[in-house]
Design a protein around this ligand. Structure first.
Ligand code: MSP
Length: 499
């Protein structure tokens, strides 16, 4: 079975989960679900980044130990992902022993390879980024990302010889044109590399909360070396060689602010440790609220749970997948969310389901007829299935959902044209309703990656056995799979209209 390993960034536990985090996590979940439907052996990983000064300070401010602080915050992430029906296979916390072991093994491998050495470092440090900047990087003397003052720091640190990897990285990018997508982000990463790479600091002596450098225990590992390694820890590095060989390399989904770490540092660290770079890095833009990036300081964070209360998990998932293109920045709007929910979920999918179930009840005694092999929908549905598949493969959720929703529109058009609710029971009515049930069956499979709850319910109401999640593509989405003769049930609206 082909292995598909997909990850989200691991989230800092100094902050509560907001919809910017949810956006990446929902997309990764949908892609993982899609690949499960394709029959791949999927592993989907998310988790939390718990070490470093930022978390140590957050704990101090709240008068508790860093681990207590992390224990408290991690639950909020786990709860948020549960509310959103995120089906991750593993959840990694960098404070776990398995991760300590793996980071130390990678450090040792890079050290043995001659890529780690002590240097004295002086620089301007942003605690929020956990990164150094040069004077030129600053914006009016402030961190260009957080717009907060930077700190002047002098330390003897271990450094990773990133400069040695300029050529190997350029060669890798050349040989793997899809390593970073979209192209604009690939060019940005290439720009960094071509601009010349500086060795980067990977340890601190001024920090306690982290992983000790194995050969010099005065030093604690710098958070980015620690954090990036999470992806291989969970895949079995340093613990299960067979598993690791099967899982790695994986696919990363990240925001544009952490591109340099994932597209430059991380592949170099892996090469140094004798490992392969990731298979692909997908980079997305920011979800903006009122034109601004969400942040604690701007007080404009929206908690995923608040939206789930209004829209249900399907409503939130569908909105983010459909309306926030995976690439550019996008503005979050409550009104946009209501409009998307009403149009796609209440009026289209929900209405089609209740309409078909009601007419089957009235005209066919509640028993769903079989579809026609050569229905007027057959060709159109096959084209939409192919388009949906192609778009998910390209990680274009919005296009994928558009293609799937076209099946619903075609089916509604067929019903409008034939008006089975007005006709006398008989073969004509059976034929149209059989086709509509078949279309619903196929939509339930394809859309289940975005809206799993509603789709499981459609599956149940049209009388199918088992779970949508157990279906396998491409066979399950081929026209003609609805057997007919199944009890079709009506029920409360799948997606009650809002306002
Ligand atoms: N801990 C690091 C990542 C380490 S990965 C080895 C980190 N954490 S974070 O919690 O600050 O951010 C995690 C992800 O959330 C990043 O990809 C970031 O781009 C994303 N987002 C944070 N705010 C966002 C929006 N407003 N919109 C979209 N994504 C945003 O960085």
């Amino acid at each position: 079975m082909a292995s598909y390993y997909v990850t989200t960034p691991i989230y800092y536990v100094n902050d509560a989960p907001h919809i910017g985090h949810a956006y990446t996590t929902i997309t990764a979940d949908a892609v993982a679900r899609w690949n499960r439907l394709r029959g791949d052996d999927v592993m989907f990983l998310t988790g939390t980044d718990e070490h470093g000064l930022k978390v140590q300070r957050a704990a101090q401010e709240n008068s508790c130990a860093p681990i207590e602080w992390a224990d408290r915050t991690v639950v909020r992430f786990q709860e948020a992902w549960q509310q959103l029906d995120i089906a991750n296979d593993d959840f990694i916390r960098t404070s776990e022993p398995r991760h300590h072991h793996s980071v130390q093994q990678l450090l040792q491998a890079c050290y043995d390879n001659g890529d780690i050495a002590l240097q004295t470092y002086e620089g301007l440090y942003c605690v929020s980024c956990e990164a150094y900047f040069t004077e030129d990087d600053l914006d009016d003397g402030l961190c260009p990302i957080h717009r907060r003052p930077v700190e002047h720091v002098t330390e003897e640190n271990y450094f990773f010889s990133l400069s040695r990897y300029e050529k190997p990285l350029l060669d890798w990018y050349e040989a793997h044109p899809d390593f970073v997508v979209p192209d604009t982000r690939r060019n940005e990463a290439l720009g960094f590399i071509r601009g010349g790479l500086q060795d980067f600091s990977i340890s601190r002596t001024s920090l306690d909360w982290g992983i000790r450098i194995p050969w010099d225990r005065k030093h604690v590992t710098y958070v980015w070396f620690d954090a990036l390694t999470n992806y291989i820890t969970a895949a079995g590095y340093a613990s299960d060689d067979a598993q690791f060989a099967h899982r790695w390399p994986g696919v990363h989904l990240i925001g544009k602010d952490i591109l340099r770490f994932h597209c430059v540092y991380w592949p170099a660290m892996l090469m140094s440790g004798g490992l392969l770079p990731p298979r692909r890095v997908h980079v997305h833009g920011f979800l903006l609220v009122g034109g601004e990036k969400m942040s604690k300081t701007a007080l404009n964070q929206i908690a995923p749970g608040d939206l789930v209360a209004d829209f249900g998990s399907d409503g939130v998932r569908h909105h983010f997948l459909h309306d926030q293109a995976f690439g550019p920045d996008g503005d979050f709007s409550y009104e946009g969310m209501v409009a998307r929910y009403n149009a796609d979920l209440a009026n289209n999918l929900g209405n089609l389901m209740s309409r078909v179930a009601t007419v089957v009840g009235r005209k066919c005694g509640g028993i769903g007829p079989a579809p026609r092999p050569d229905s007027p929908l057959t060709a159109a549905v096959a084209a939409c299935v192919a388009e949906t598949a192609d778009a998910w493969e390209r990680l274009a959720p919005s296009e994928a959902l558009d293609a799937t929703w076209r099946i619903i529109r075609e089916t509604n058009a067929l019903l409008e044209a034939t008006e089975p609710w007005k006709a006398d029971p008989g073969p004509e009515v059976d034929a149209v309703l059989g086709d509509a049930l078949e279309a619903l069956r196929i939509v339930a499979i394809l859309a289940s990656v975005a809206t799993p709850r509603g789709c499981e319910e459609v599956w149940r109401r049209i009388g199918m056995e088992g779970s949508v999640a157990d279906q396998r593509l491409p066979e399950a989405a081929a026209w003609g799979g609805y057997p007919g003769g199944l009890a079709v049930s009506t029920g409360a609206p799948l997606y009650p209209r809002l306002r």
